[in-house]
Write a protein that binds this ligand. Structure first.
Ligand code: SF4
Length: 228
C-alpha cells in the first residue's frame, strides 16, 4: 500500500492503482468518457484530468492512466482542472451539443457555447467501441480511421465487415447511443457497420435477438432446440 492525498484526504491505496481507481475506490468522483473498467485505459477524452502537485509546480495528468505514487498530492476539482474539462466539453460541443451526455457535462462544468460549429455527429470519438471489439470480442471489426475532422469509426474500407459477429458489444458500450443494431424487417438485423444478420427468436419472449454468428456452438444449440 502507498500513501497519497486526494482533495485534502490522506488515503492508503493499493500500489499500482491509477489515480482514477484510487479516487473512485474512496468515493471521489472524476468524470470520464472514454474509460470503461472492462477495458485498458486509453486517455483519449482528457475529461479525467486532475491536478498533480510537483516540486516545480502543478500539472495536469490523465487520471485513468497515471499511477499513484508515494506522497502524491492530487486535486480533482481545482480551477485548473475545471478549466481544462470545460475546454474539452466546449470542443465536443462544436459537433455534439445535441447529445444528452454532452449537454449534461456542459451544464455541470459551465461550458459555454462554442464559437465554431461543425457538422453534427453523435459519435464523440471516445474509441470505446473499437477497444471493446478488440479487447472483449477479439475480432477488431472496426477502427478509428482518418485524422483531424475526418476522423471516424468504421469497418475497413467502410464496407460491411466480414469479421463482425453482430454481438452488439459496441452498441452496449457506446456512451452516446451513436451505434445501432436495428430491425430491418424481422428477423433481419442491420448493423451500423453495414452488416446484416438473420436473428433467431428468444425461446421465452419470442423476440428476435440472437445473432447466430455471435454464438460459438450455435449448431449444437440449434440441434438441442429443434430435434430432428
Ligand atoms: S457487433 Fe461487430 S463491430 Fe460491434 S463489437 Fe461485436 S463484432 Fe465488433
Amino acid at each position: 500500500m502507498i500513501n497519497i492525498t486526494i482533495d485534502g484526504r490522506k488515503l492508503e491505496v493499493a500500489e499500482g492503482s491509477t489515480i482514477l481507481e484510487a479516487a473512485r475506490e474512496n468515493g471521489i468522483e472524476i468524470p470520464t468518457l472514454c474509460y470503461h473498467e472492462a477495458l485498458e485505459p486509453f486517455a483519449a477524452c482528457r475529461l479525467c484530468v486532475v491536478e498533480l502537485e510537483g516540486p516545480r509546480g502543478s500539472r495536469l495528468v490523465a487520471s485513468c492512466v497515471y499511477p499513484c505514487e508515494e506522497g502524491a498530492v492530487v486535486h480533482t476539482n481545482s480551477e485548473m482542472v475545471q478549466h481544462s474539462r470545460r475546454t474539452t466539453v466546449e470542443l465536443l460541443m462544436t459537433f455534439a451539443s445535441h447529445v444528452p451526455l454532452v449537454q449534461e457535462l456542459a451544464a455541470q462544468l459551465g461550458a459555454r457555447e462554442p464559437r465554431v460549429r461543425l457538422e453534427s455527429n453523435d459519435c464523440i470519438l471516445c474509441g470505446l467501441c473499437v477497444r471493446a471489439c478488440q479487447e472483449i470480442v477479439g475480432v477488431s471489426a472496426i477502427s478509428l480511421i482518418n485524422r483531424g475532422i475526418e476522423k471516424k469509426v468504421k469497418p475497413p474500407f467502410e464496407i460491411a465487415s466480414s469479421v463482425c459477429i453482430g454481438c452488439g458489444t459496441c452498441v452496449f458500450v457506446c456512451p452516446t447511443g451513436a451505434i445501432t443494431l436495428e430491425d430491418i424487417g424481422r428477423p433481419r438485423l442491420a448493423h451500423e457497420w453495414h452488416s446484416e444478420f438473420q436473428a433467431r427468436p428468444c425461446r421465452v419472449c419470442g423476440d428476435h435477438y440472437l445473432v447466430p454468428e455471435s454464438v460459438s456452438d450455435y449448431q449444437e444449440l440449434l440441434a438441442e432446440e429443434e430435434p430432428s
